[in-house]
Ligand binder design. Structure first.
Ligand SMILES: *[C@@H]1O[C@H](CO)[C@@H](O)[C@H](O)[C@H]1NC(C)=O
Ligand SMILES: *[C@@H]1O[C@H](CO)[C@@H](O)[C@H](O)[C@H]1NC(C)=O
Ligand SMILES: *[C@@H]1O[C@H](CO)[C@@H](O)[C@H](O)[C@H]1NC(C)=O
Ligand SMILES: *[C@@H]1O[C@H](CO)[C@@H](O)[C@H](O)[C@H]1NC(C)=O
Ligand SMILES: *[C@@H]1O[C@H](CO)[C@@H](O)[C@H](O)[C@H]1NC(C)=O
Ligand SMILES: *[C@@H]1O[C@H](CO)[C@@H](O)[C@H](O)[C@H]1NC(C)=O
Ligand SMILES: *[C@@H]1O[C@H](CO)[C@@H](O)[C@H](O)[C@H]1NC(C)=O
Ligand SMILES: *[C@@H]1O[C@H](CO)[C@@H](O)[C@H](O)[C@H]1NC(C)=O
Ligand SMILES: *[C@@H]1O[C@H](CO)[C@@H](O)[C@H](O)[C@H]1NC(C)=O
Ligand SMILES: *[C@@H]1O[C@H](CO)[C@@H](O)[C@H](O)[C@H]1NC(C)=O
Ligand SMILES: *[C@@H]1O[C@H](CO)[C@@H](O)[C@H](O)[C@H]1NC(C)=O
Ligand SMILES: CC(=O)N[C@H]1CO[C@H](CO)[C@@H](O)[C@@H]1O
Length: 566
């Protein structure tokens, strides 16, 4: 492979030139604040680093040498020193604990330790980092309570502590986080009542507290959150309390998920929520008849299954243009099934509609028993199925509707020899290039069937990243519990058919730019797709793999694209 080496050589040369001209023009060498150097050493000391990813954390100066994962402001502050801006230490298999000294990195913007195996508690000293905007600790083994002091982080935009073992209550002080938009705290053991004070948060957009040990009741005051789009509280225990009727007043809500929360009482009327996309109230003890007004035209998914609902199926469940799945199985609904649920649907080839009505007390179908193409109706477990001639409706549900996919490798249709690894053919063109591999997860999508929205998603992601549509390949996708939609993405360098000199690689500033968009959460959220989890980034040779490339990455960050002009 001649080209990657040649490229590396040129780039290394460029770094050296740039470095020496920089030194020539500068009076004295700028260094990292010695107090912060000491902090970094303390952080390393309290971690265990089995892969030795931090082995260069004892060589030279953190900001000017190449300490892995340490990103600094590109010029010194008034005190004459360089300061740490970001710690990006995701996916390094780190063990050990977080040093309380972290709190002394006083200019830091991003703290990212996601997807390691760090244990111990979250140091309360992190609450001292007034500048902190992103606190990212998802996917570790952190335990103990959430420190009250985190409520002092007045610049915090995002807190992600999901998938840890945090216990104890949600601090009331979090009501002071008035810039915070994203609270991801699912899959911990957080307990106690949700503080009603959180309803004061003016910028709260996404609240994930599902899969915890919360109790008490749902605060009716949450209806006052002016910007709330997603509320997920699945798998907590609210001990037979009700869903507040005020939730019907949440004017911006897109998704309400209260599955398996031990809630009782009626299904509240949510018909005044203008853009509600996704409603899951399944697995509770909701009772009475479903007296809903007509839900939003945007609704894709309604799940009221596994409750104790009675009465008949409301006619309001028909005429919902985006509906993909209506599940009211495992209740005590009676009377007839109105054929209007399926007889006026117009589905295109990628869309389908699934109606799950099993295990109720339904006795007849009123109207046509012709089911249109791409509509599935499940009725088994109802008295209606004792009538022997409804095979279309009364068969048993089989797992053929698994909405997952692995793309067929396009290289199969490419002539002669395949590309040698790490090269791969572009999604639609026979041209070998080295992709960036990204494990990405839609944390709370506004649909239950991805198929019809796949191309919209591809357009959204590529345009957000300023790439062409042909640069993205969704290699595979699969639904996980939640439901969350996990995907393996491949991003390829741009290819222009008329151009004879298409590159087989991204240049490093482009790699840095694209990864920066993901890791700094600059990709704007879109209602339908919701927020994302960044699970893993894999940089293949030639993007990384040697000391020099690591060095180049660092300089690219410091000097931006200027370097490429040399
Ligand atoms: C950490 O080190 C391991 C082993 O050298 C390597 O495979 C992995 O890519 C490194 N992780 C990161 C995030 O750099
Ligand atoms: C880290 O945790 C993961 C998942 O819990 C586990 O598979 C892995 O073995 C752990 N690694 C180490 C080094 O303990
Ligand atoms: C969260 O917890 C639920 C319930 O234990 C589990 O099914 C789910 O897989 C967990 N999700 C993650 C992302 O760990
Ligand atoms: C959940 O909270 C209850 C008290 O509300 C406590 O008794 C129980 O041990 C907690 N369970 C877990 C798994 O933390
Ligand atoms: C919903 O809002 C309307 C108008 O602001 C108000 O009159 C009504 O009481 C609210 N409903 C609930 C249940 O809070
Ligand atoms: C509906 O809820 C039930 C019970 O919680 C669950 O098993 C099922 O997967 C849900 N269906 C959808 C489409 O989310
Ligand atoms: C619903 O359940 C509650 C609590 O068990 C009960 O008080 C109420 O009467 C029930 N409502 C209906 C309509 O059955
Ligand atoms: C829903 O109810 C059915 C029938 O009672 C039961 O088999 C199923 O396990 C329940 N699903 C959930 C997610 O609780
Ligand atoms: C659909 O079924 C309803 C009865 O449920 C009936 O009134 C209506 O005319 C039917 N529409 C069509 C297009 O067949
Ligand atoms: C919808 O029906 C058409 C025609 O039978 C079929 O080609 C298509 O695969 C179906 N779409 C889905 C999502 O099932
Ligand atoms: C099918 O419907 C979906 C969802 O409404 C839409 O995004 C998609 O563009 C449609 N596809 C075609 C081929 O019309
Ligand atoms: C891991 C890594 O890239 N280490 C390099 C950092 O830079 C020094 C020189 O400043 C090299 O010696 C290391 O190999």
């Amino acid at each position: 492979m001649y080209q990657p080496r040649a490229w590396t050589y040129v780039a290394v040369l460029a770094v050296c030139l740039c470095w020496s001209s920089l030194q020539a023009g500068v009076q004295h060498q700028v260094i990292t604040d010695p107090a912060e150097v000491a902090v970094l050493k303390a952080i390393k000391k309290s971690l265990i680093d089995p892969n030795k990813n931090l082995s260069n954390w004892n060589q030279g100066d953190p900001c000017t040498a190449n300490w892995t994962g340490v990103w600094c402001f590109d010029r010194s502050l008034d005190d004459g020193y360089l300061h740490v801006q970001e710690l990006r230490l995701a996916n390094m298999n780190l063990l050990g604990t977080l040093s309380p000294d972290l709190g002394r990195l006083s200019c830091m913007i991003t703290l990212d330790f996601m997807w390691n195996n760090i244990s111990g508690s979250i140091p309360k000293e992190i609450g001292n980092i007034a500048s902190l905007e992103l606190l990212l600790l998802s996917g570790n083994q952190l335990s103990g309570p959430l420190p009250e002091e985190l409520g002092n982080l007045r610049n915090l935009d995002r807190i992600q502590i999901d998938e840890n073992q945090i216990s104890g209550p949600l601090p009331k002080s979090f009501a002071n986080l008035d810039k915070t938009k994203h609270f991801h705290m699912n899959n911990n053991s957080i307990s106690g009542q949700i503080p009603p004070e959180l309803s004061r948060l003016p910028n709260l957009v996404h609240l994930f507290l599902d899969n915890n040990n919360l109790s008490g009741y749902l605060p009716p005051e949450f209806s006052e959150l002016p910007n709330l789009l997603i509320l997920e509280l699945d798998n907590n225990n609210f001990y037979g309390t009700k869903i507040p009727a005020s939730y019907g007043n949440m004017s911006k809500l897109l998704k309400l998920s209260l599955r398996n929360c031990n809630l009782q009482g009626p299904v509240p009327d949510l018909s005044r929520i203008p853009k509600l996309q996704y409603l899951d109230l399944s697995g509770n003890q909701l009772n009475g008849s479903i007296s809903l007004g007509k839900l939003s035209d945007e609704i894709t998914t309604i799940n009221l299954s596994n409750n104790t609902l009675t009465g008949s199926i409301p006619i309001n469940f028909s005429g919902l243009p985006q509906l993909q799945r209506l599940s009211i199985a495992n209740n005590s609904l009676s009377g007839s099934v109105p054929a209007i649920l399926w007889n006026d649907t117009t589905l295109n080839a990628t869309e389908r509609l699934i109606l799950e009505l099993q295990n109720n007390k339904l006795t007849e179908i009123s109207g046509s028993t012709e089911i249109p193409q791409n509509v599935t109706v499940w009725l088994q477990g109802n008295p209606i199925c004792l009538n022997g001639n409804l095979d279309n409706f009364c068969g048993s549900e089989i797992g053929d509707e698994n909405d997952s996919e692995s793309s067929t490798n396009s290289s199969a249709s490419c002539p002669s020899q395949a590309c040698p690894p790490p090269f791969e053919n572009l999604p639609v063109v026979c041209f070998c290039a080295v992709p960036l591999l990204i494990k990405y997860r839609l944390k709370s999508p506004g649909f239950s069937d991805f198929h019809p929205y796949k191309s919209t998603f591809e357009e959204y992601l590529t345009s957000s990243l300023d790439l062409n549509l042909g640069q993205l390949d969704i290699a595979s996708y699969v639904w996980e519990n939640g439901p969350r939609l996990s995907m393996s993405l491949k991003l390829f360098p741009a290819y222009v058919a008329a151009n004879a000199n298409n590159s087989h690689f991204f240049d490093m500033s482009e790699v840095q730019r694209i990864l920066g968009e993901f890791t700094s959460w600059k990709i704007p959220d879109k209602d339908l797709f919701g927020p994302y989890d960044l699970l893993q980034i894999t940089l293949l040779d030639p993007y990384i793999g040697g000391a020099f490339q690591n060095l180049i990455l660092r300089f690219m960050f410091v000097f931006g694209s200027d370097l490429m002009l040399i």
